[in-house]
Design a protein around this ligand. Sequence first.
Ligand code: GLY
Length: 347
Amino acid sequence: MSIKVTIHGKNGNSQVFLGEVINQLSELLPDKRVILITDKNVHDIYGSLFADFSPIVLAPGEEAKSLRSLEFVASQLIDLQADRDSFLLGVGGGVVCDLTGFMASIYMRGCEFGYLATSLLAMVDASVGGKTGINFGGRKNMLGTFAQPSFVLCDPIFLDTLPPQEMKNGLAEAFKHTLLQDWSLWPHWTEHIQTMKQGNAEALMPILEQSIRFKAQVVNLDEQENGWRKILNFGHTLGHAFEAALGIPHGEAIAAGMMLDLDLSVRYLQFPSELAIEIKNWMKSVGYHDLRGQLALPLLEKYIRNDKKKSDDRLAYPLLKNPGEPELVSWTFAELIQHLQALWVHE
Ligand code: GLY
């Protein structure tokens, strides 16, 4: 079974294919020279599948999302005599996809590209929606573009080899999408979380489908994040601060951010408090943590400030009225800190 979802970008459409879709790769690739961009971990396991294409292999990890790697890829492209008519195929997780998309959107003023997402995080979030970029100056995604890949392939077969921590990262993002849009999947989460953690494709398919359809719907309304797309930042303002301050994996950090954002939702949008407690307890039971005891608020505040990409003090901060009913509240930075103080005091 496979599902196709279309994203309509300002500069082109993107088709996202989900299911047993790896065999569709050869039909989707245009009749052009294909250059593969991947990382060493993925290349070691799956390199033989792509033996026909010239490969550029990055070191694994978030460090590869840097200006240095971008320079390395650009030099390799020049050495390979790639031109605007070449096709860049990113095969990997979020880092590889973000870097490939960024490179493709600027190399010789732009060439066509596509992704084969091999991590859960890339399938439910990073590779869908057209955000590309690298980290710079100690800040995440400071340099980047909005550019839609021609296609994104999401085949759960690749999750068989994904390390448990990577599953946890992706599940946190997928759960965010369930909270924001389709609460009818809550029983699925509680019943099947253990098999999903093990990468079971059948158990993962409903949440993969919901995540991709939901993300496409949001991006189709607001590709360039002028407004509504900001709801996808639920858990992320605080999550990014935890990630930077404690040096913990993305999924752990945004799960902690979501727990705090649920508490803020209870206090300021009357999200049902019993349900918030039930959700947070469930998140803790599956291995996520409430991290507010591990970080003093003034330090968190410093990292929140650092994560903001503009000096403008007003935030469109995503909270929930109910599951499936997100709302952007307009708070100044000072108001956010004041509201957080209340949560820290009551812990
Ligand atoms: N990861 C959030 C977004 O794509 O907007």
